[in-house]
Design a protein around this ligand. Structure first.
Ligand code: SF4
Length: 311
């Protein structure tokens, strides 16, 4: 059986069989009641030259979001200390760039060193990297680099025109070659087909080594973007995507990412049962809303889940 037909067979099986298989795989590799909690901070918001159709940070769309400067290192570290006190074990820093400029590298490297010194795992998402930048980030102590493939190779050009699917894979290769763990996933609800969702998961699972972390986002339509009026995806497709990711990448953390604020507790419970075992905590996800700590604490208590301790 080829990888492609295996993924499609997994994805399309009756939902109860899919959930049972995913939960069985999940229990073989993870504590089913522990969820890894990451905190995401936008260190440079808006004004991005890229044209990702879902993103309110693109300077090419008519969204109201202004462009900020790169945050000062001390402010980032103060936020990281707060996140640690609130239980986050990984600190993710995102900048709305095509790729980091040389003038920004000293500050970015100082952020990595500072967060690492707090005893947290470090993650960054800064756009495309060259090999030298990846090595310098690794030397500074970067644990994870996030760079999503977003969707299938076929559907990709309908979502992003300013960088190719191949560019994304090249950056992932450089991150891997530098010895940094890979965080790569995608978004559902962009108008893609079921076959596109399956193909996206095949690409991720078919990387030389699967990503250690696989964020699955559900589109949160943002005003002013080309996808502002995208029709809502059947939430069960999100559950199927997570379950298939869990089965194809049994040792990866699968992150239930953007879209949680629009989900009921029941929907999130289904996603956890399907094998999601990582979330972003805090009120904001870059520019989109997130449930916030009180709601997450209540959700965890309701489901008997607990935050995974730092590695
Ligand atoms: S997703 Fe990232 S690269 Fe794309 S427009 Fe938004 S900030 Fe820029």
């Amino acid at each position: 059986m080829t990888q492609q037909s295996r993924a499609a067979t997994i994805y399309r099986q009756p939902l109860m069989d899919l959930l049972f298989q995913a939960q069985t795989v999940h229990r073989a590799h993870f504590d089913p009641n522990a969820v890894q909690c990451s905190k995401l901070l936008s260190i440079k918001t808006g004004g991005c030259p890229e044209d990702c159709a879902y993103c309110s940070q693109s300077a090419r769309h008519g969204s109201e979001l202004g462009a900020s400067k790169l945050m000062e290192v001390e402010r980032v570290l103060a936020e990281a200390r707060r996140a640690k006190a609130a239980g986050a074990t990984r600190y993710c820093m995102g900048a709305a760039w095509r790729s980091p400029k040389e003038r920004d590298m000293p500050a970015v490297l100082a952020m990595v060193r500072g967060v690492k010194a707090l005893g947290m795992e470090t993650c960054m998402t800064l756009g495309m990297l060259d090999g030298d930048q990846a090595l310098r980030l690794k030397d500074a102590g970067l644990d994870y680099y996030n760079h999503n493939i977003d969707t299938s190779e076929r559907f990709y050009p309908q979502v992003i025109g300013t960088r190719s699917f191949g560019d994304r894979l090249d950056t992932l290769d450089r991150v891997r070659a530098a010895g940094i763990a890979v965080c790569a996933g995608g978004i559902v609800g962009l108008g893609e087909t079921e076959a596109d969702r399956i193909s996206m998961l095949e690409t991720l699972a078919g990387l030389k080594e699967p990503p250690e972390s696989v964020p699955i986002n559900m589109l949160m339509p943002m005003a002013g973007t080309p996808l502002a009026d995208a029709p809502a995806l059947d939430p069960i497709e999100m559950v199927r995507t997570i379950a298939t990711a869990r089965i194809l990448m049994p040792r990866s953390y699968v992150r239930l990412s953007a879209g949680r604020s629009a989900m009921s507790d029941e929907m999130q419970a289904l996603c956890f049962f399907a094998g999601a075992n990582s979330i972003f905590v805090g009120e904001l996800l870059l520019t989109a809303g997130n449930p916030g700590e009180d709601k997450d604490a209540a959700l965890f208590a309701r489901l008997g889940l607990r935050a995974e301790a730092a590695a």
